[in-house]
Write a protein that binds this ligand. Structure first.
Ligand SMILES: NC(=O)c1ccc[n+]([C@@H]2O[C@H](COP(=O)([O-])OP(=O)(O)OC[C@H]3O[C@@H](n4cnc5c(N)ncnc54)[C@H](O)[C@@H]3O)[C@@H](O)[C@H]2O)c1
Length: 328
């Protein structure tokens, strides 16, 4: 990477993407952010996520779609990009069950088009935001990168696995460096409103009933967003040919404990509606992170209580925003 090379972040206005933008700008990088501001959740939240970055002259926002070749040509004509961090995706397990077509189109075809463009432009490195969902319903824990991942449980998971495989084809054809990062349930400020951490905080804060799927014994390896960003930074800085890394916390939290921690921090009791397991959801996730520790210098440091406290502070500082945006 030369001094003037820029990093392209797709999905830059989203939850994880906007934190990565802020981190890379703070390190003095030139960052091009691409996002189509889709309405899966309120696009004004995405605008808000980038408000600080837009004050920085080293940040360049492109509003457009990763599948639009005109947009991609404009980017490669304007900036010298060395590294792509590909976070744009259609997200959400449940939505993918009712709308599988667009998920395949954005997450698989879109990824193929994007990495093909990166290879044609002679870019050095492609980092893919993948997911713990590719492990499916495994009972042997912790999940290791070399475990079989050929039995996903939702269209979303299947498209993310397919994206990993697609990037391997391009690595093998053109030699582009690829790191696939499997994120484990990310939470923190700017957290997605469709995800359980936001829904629980929002519901408990407002005194509304929250929905708990299953018996409360399902568990997740919740990972704080700044720890994830640290791991992505490690992948940006370390050259590898083709590697897959888990970015999790390597700590299991059962659902009932997760809700209890939010109740404690907010000082409010949750009203809970108990529902049966959701189709597509897995029982547990738990990352082995020894490979990321060894090869990326990845060291997650934020405890669940610290991370949830940060997320709740962010939530409370924006309640008027959420109220004014509700239903928008
Ligand atoms: N949040 C998590 O817990 C989690 C866990 C595992 C994996 N991931 C992966 O991390 C990445 C980021 O997730 P997130 O939670 O920040 O989601 P997010 O929805 O907040 O961010 C994704 C962004 O991509 C944009 N986008 C979607 N389709 C696009 C397209 N065709 N062209 C341009 N932009 C497009 C959206 O507008 C959005 O701003 C995704 O690839 C997701 O699969 C997230």
């Amino acid at each position: 990477m030369t001094k003037n090379d820029a990093i392209l972040i797709t999905g830059a206005a989203g939850f994880i993407g906007s934190h990565l933008v802020d981190r890379l700008l703070s390190l003095g990088k030139i960052v091009v952010g691409l996002d189509n501001f889709n309405d899966y959740y309120n696009p004004q939240l995405k605008e808000h996520n980038l408000s600080a970055a837009l004050e920085n002259k080293a940040f360049h926002l492109v509003r457009g779609d990763i599948r639009d070749s005109e947009v991609m040509k404009r980017i490669s004509d304007t900036w010298q990009i060395d590294t792509v961090v590909h976070l744009a995706a259609l997200v959400g397990v449940r939505n993918s069950i009712t709308k599988p077509g667009p998920y395949a189109d954005v997450n698989v075809t879109g990824t193929a088009k994007l990495i093909n463009w990166a290879c044609r432009c002679d870019m050095e490195k492609f980092i893919l935001g993948s997911t713990s969902s590719v492990y499916g319903n495994r009972s042997e824990v912790p999940f290791r990168e070399d475990d079989l991942t050929d039995a996903p449980c939702s269209p979303y998971a299947a498209t993310k696995k397919a994206a990993e495989v697609v990037t391997h084809a391009y690595h093998s054809l053109y030699g582009i460096q690829v790191s696939c990062l499997r994120f484990f349930t990310v939470y923190g400020p700017r957290g997605r409103p469709d995800m359980a951490p936001f829904k629980f905080i929002d519901g408990i804060y407002r005194g509304e009933t929250i929905q708990q799927y299953g018996d409360g014994n399902s568990s997740r390896d919740y990972t704080y967003v700044q720890d994830i960003v640290e791991g992505i930074q490690g992948a940006v800085e370390n050259p590898y040919e083709y590697e897959i890394f888990n970015l999790g916390n390597s700590r299991i939290i059962v659902l009932s404990e997760f809700i209890k921690t939010i109740e404690d921090i907010l000082g409010k009791e949750a009203k809970i509606e108990y529902l049966s397991d959701q189709p597509g959801d897995v029982k547990t996730t738990f990352a082995s992170i020894s490979k990321a520790k060894r090869m990326l210098g990845y060291r997650p440091t934020v405890s669940l209580r610290e991370g949830l406290t940060e997320m709740i502070e962010w939530y409370c500082a924006h309640t008027s925003f959420f109220e004014s945006q509700a239903g928008a």
